[in-house]
Design a protein around this ligand. Structure first.
Ligand code: 9WN
Length: 419
């Protein structure tokens, strides 16, 4: 069974391989996505290390001069996705979007180095990538934390990777829709519209893109100019974990300055995360940076926070939350608390389970000594695959597969878990 699943997963990675990068799935997402690629490299690394490194190299070849690594690289023309390069108009040599995504690269590179079967290859490729990844992290703290709080804000829901989370609903009310140019969505031609974000949400996504475009994609201006500034605990935990993994690697490779700076980012971030903790909810919450208030929305972001090395009482509290959630669903981890009125078991990031997030939560909990919940998460993840194949996301009650199928990062995580 295990071998069979691994073979199926490898076939998906090969099928979605476009040479130097993979597409998340055929049809729905025909370009390279940032965090998809870094997590997919983990899958490749078990059977083709060279290919794994290339996935990350290709992404970083499209890093912006200011350090940002864009969330989409439009390597080829394809009108099957909206919004394409003609909407973003970022002026890059290879067209890219103008926003970023959760920075998992530092974590992924460290993992590739740690288990390299070809240590020389790994050392060469990692040494070349380290300064680039560090430049991205510096960009985050410079451009997305201008007040020096230790935590960075996202300025567009797409940056979180959790596009239509309940977390954004209230803040999104502040984003207008006047002046949005007419557009025609392509996602709902590929996937069930009732499993995707709404039209009203898309109008706001595009309003933000147009606003940033009107500012020439100048990252010294975008943070303050955005009516949407949210501090996401999951996103920050990923950044903190990547900074700390990068610090370890930089020490190993004797890159003293990077090591010291990356370590300082991580330590400051861990301390700052306390501001996002909610005793009432028993988990971390997002913060609306415009008002300074915590957003009372118990989503998976506050559990993904455990991916960073947090104080052990916090990790224990997250494990407890997950145990309670596990009594409400058949498959952990729902992307939103099922007892909340806004929970929707089928609609994208408002309830469904995502394997990549499961993987990161389980990894963090295992490191913090919360092994039994981590094992339940992994077991549930594999049951989903056995029952419903390699989907984009799943209903946490019924295991119904949703969104795109033959999904690259889902397959990559299966290889990672079973190898
Ligand atoms: C917008 C590719 C991406 C993922 C995101 C997921 C979805 C895009 C979309 O697909 O977002 O970036 O058009 O829906 O939310 O996490 O990286 O798989």
């Amino acid at each position: 069974m295990t071998d069979d699943l691994i073979e199926q997963a490898k076939a998906i990675l090969r099928r979605n391989d476009r040479g130097g990068y993979t597409v998340p799935t055929h049809g729905l997402y025909p370009f390279q996505w940032n965090w998809d690629s870094c997590l997919s490299a983990l899958g490749f690394s078990h059977f083709d290390e060279e290919r794994a490194w290339t996935e990350i190299d290709t992404l970083f070849a499209n890093q912006w001069p200011d350090g940002m690594v864009p969330h989409i690289v439009f390597h080829e023309e394809d009108d099957g996705y909206f919004p394409g390069p003609d909407v973003w108009r970022t002026g890059r040599p290879v067209p890219t979007s103008g926003i970023t995504q959760p920075p998992v690269a530092g974590f992924a590179v460290r993992r590739l180095v740690d288990r390299a079967r070809d240590p020389e290859l790994a050392a060469d490729r990692a040494r070349a990538l380290l300064p680039k990844i560090h430049a991205w992290h510096e960009w985050f703290y410079r451009c997305r934390d201008p007040q020096g709080t230790g935590l960075v804000a996202i300025i567009h829901p797409w940056e979180s990777g959790r596009d239509n989370s309940v977390d954004w609903d209230d803040v999104f009310e502040r984003v207008p829709t006047d002046g949005v140019e007419p557009f025609s969505r392509r996602d709902i031609q590929h996937a069930n519209p009732s499993h995707r974000p709404t039209q009203a949400q898309y109008e706001r996504y595009i309003w933000l893109v147009q606003r940033f475009r009107s500012l020439g994609w100048d990252n010294t201006k975008l943070h303050d100019a955005s009516p949407f500034q949210v501090v996401d605990p999951g996103f920050n935990a990923i950044l903190i974990r990547s900074c700390s993994d990068l610090a370890d690697l930089a020490e190993r490779f004797e890159l003293g300055e990077i090591a010291a700076q990356a370590r300082a980012f991580a330590e400051r971030g861990v301390a700052a995360m306390e501001a996002l903790w909610s005793d009432a909810m028993g988990q971390y919450l997002c913060q609306d940076r415009t008002t300074g208030k915590l957003i009372q929305s118990p989503s998976i972001a506050g559990l993904l926070a455990g991916f960073a090395e947090l104080p052990s009482p916090r990790a224990a509290a997250i494990a407890k939350r997950l145990t309670l959630l596990g009594e409400q669903v058949d498959y952990l981890v729902p992307s939103h608390d099922p007892s909340q009125p806004a929970f929707d078991s089928l609609r994208y990031w408002r309830g469904p389970v995502w394997l990549i997030v499961n993987y990161m939560i389980a990894d963090g909990l295992t490191r913090s000594g919360q092994a039994s919940v981590a094992q339940r998460i992994i077991a549930d993840s594999l049951r989903l695959i056995e029952q419903s194949g390699f989907a984009e996301y799943y209903d946490p009650h019924t295991a119904e597969p949703c969104g795109g199928d033959q999904f690259t990062w889902t397959a990559a995580i299966v290889i990672e878990l079973l190898s």
